[in-house]
Design a protein around this ligand. Structure first.
Ligand SMILES: CC(C)(COP(=O)(O)OP(=O)(O)OC[C@H]1O[C@@H](n2cnc3c(N)ncnc32)[C@H](O)[C@@H]1OP(=O)(O)O)[C@@H](O)C(=O)NCCC(=O)NCCS
Length: 389
């Protein structure tokens, strides 16, 4: 059996769409996602669109999409691995593994730190991934919402995107897993039939937006609002939507510190946290690049702990972090008195705050400064809704 890889995109080679459908055993979902990303995502890199072959026949596909995703308070270059699959009859022959390992190297060559993926944790855990992101759901009943608001909301326009990006970054500030969105329609428009992105404008500028879909429940996948006044307008609009769609409840998937989640919490709506059954995962492929990209966090942690250096043990490797004239110097080596060993295979979760110093055998003030708890949520862009269950 001979495994090989080649680079091809679903635009140059439409037959790949059929291959992706066969891999996922459903039509027009992941294949449509790959087509949409290849044709409309400004970050799409044809060199990271990989076709895997067994004995010269295409049997798998992996797309590594470059993104910038917030980790340790900074937007870091990571890839989103989706779609990724092999043909059912070709599984367990090493092709998935081969696609991933080739992708790892290609990401390192491009200065990326790692990747996120949603998928079977048993498979991904064998390849350096660990659960890292949660899902938060605020369950708002009609009684938790204000009176319906009649203020006009409108569809998305091309000239909204810069303002929406600023609103998103303000409402999701500090949440690990927040994506930096591009000024491209694909990052905002809903690609699915029952999904919509609507905008609220006041004084000639967007003040709030809402991305929702109506499946079983009325689900708000993403929203943002400029001020508490705009949060109220947004809640009033959600109340109107709920009534128009005949729903008594709306589920909002927002991190707990989001201003809309906070407003609803104070109105009595319960919030539920889940770890996605461990399926929302992160893999760091280049720790050196990761420490460099997030140096502000490590410097401020060392400062807060009142130390000049410390070391971190990650899966058999020991990284020494040192403050030198306000710059971070990273090399290999152990600082005997100030070493924090992370549990094997779980390090990525410590970067997002899904795990924290409390999960260590010997929590110390230093570990507390380095690995604070967080509320990480991967707020993937609406286009990925194409591949949602
Ligand atoms: C996940 C997937 C791509 C793996 O592809 P594959 O070609 O079977 O991968 P490999 O043959 O390299 O598998 C490597 C190992 O992982 C194991 N493995 C594969 N899929 C697994 C799964 N879903 N759960 C647990 N282990 C799995 C294999 O048994 C194999 O173990 P072995 O080395 O001891 O034999 C494939 O199962 C698939 O296409 N699944 C459906 C789509 C999917 O879930 N994609 C991921 C999210 S987009």
């Amino acid at each position: 059996m001979d495994l090989s890889l080649r680079v091809a995109t679903p635009i140059d080679e439409p037959a790949l769409l059929g291959l992706i459908d066969s891999c996922f055993e459903r039509v027009g979902r992941e294949s449509e996602l790959a087509r949409a990303l290849a044709s409309g995502d400004p970050h799409f890199d044809p060199g990271l669109s990989l076709v895997g072959e067994i004995d010269g026949r295409a049997a798998g596909y992996a797309l590594f999409l470059p993104r910038r995703i917030q980790l340790c308070g900074t937007f870091v270059k990571l890839a989103v691995l989706s779609p990724f699959a092999t043909l059912p009859e070709a599984r367990k022959r090493g092709l998935g593994n081969f696609l991933l390992r080739t992708g790892f190297q290609a990401l390192c060559d491009r200065g990326m730190c790692g990747m996120v993926a949603l998928g079977p944790s048993a498979f991904f855990a064998r390849h350096g991934f660990a659960p890292a992101f949660n899902l938060y759901t605020t369950e708002a009943r009609l009684a938790d919402l204000p009176e319906p608001d009649a203020a006009p909301w409108r569809g998305l326009r091309g000239d909204d995107l810069g303002a929406l990006r600023a609103l998103l970054h303000a409402s999701y500030a500090g949440v690990a897993g927040t994506e930096e969105r591009s000024i491209a329609a694909l990052d905002w428009e809903s690609p699915i039939e029952n999904g919509h992105t609507l905008v609220f404008e006041r004084g000639g500028a967007p003040r709030a937006y809402l991305h929702f879909r109506t499946r079983g429940e009325l689900e708000v996948r993403e929203c943002a609002a400029a001020t508490s006044h705009d949060v109220q307008a947004l809640l009033g609009f959600i109340a109107r939507l709920a009534r128009e769609h005949g729903r008594t409840r709306v589920d909002l998937h927002l991190p707990p510190q989001h201003p809309v989640a906070r407003a609803l919490f104070h109105r009595g709506a319960p919030q539920v946290a889940s770890n996605f059954r461990g399926a929302a995962m992160l893999c760091i492929t280049d720790w050196n690049a990761l420490f460099g990209a997030t140096s502000a966090h490590w410097l401020s942690a060392l400062r807060a702990a009142g130390v000049a250096d410390a070391s971190i043990g990650i899966d058999g490797e020991t990284w020494r972090l040192r403050r030198a004239d306000d710059a971070l110097v990273v090399d290999r080596g152990r600082v005997k008195e100030r070493h924090v060993e992370l549990p094997h295979g779980l390090a990525p979760g410590f970067l997002t705050g899904q795990r924290s110093w409390r999960d260590l055998d010997a929590p110390t003030p230093l570990a507390r400064a380095l690995f604070p708890a967080g509320t990480p949520m991967w707020s993937y862009s609406p286009v990925f809704g194409l591949a949602d269950e």
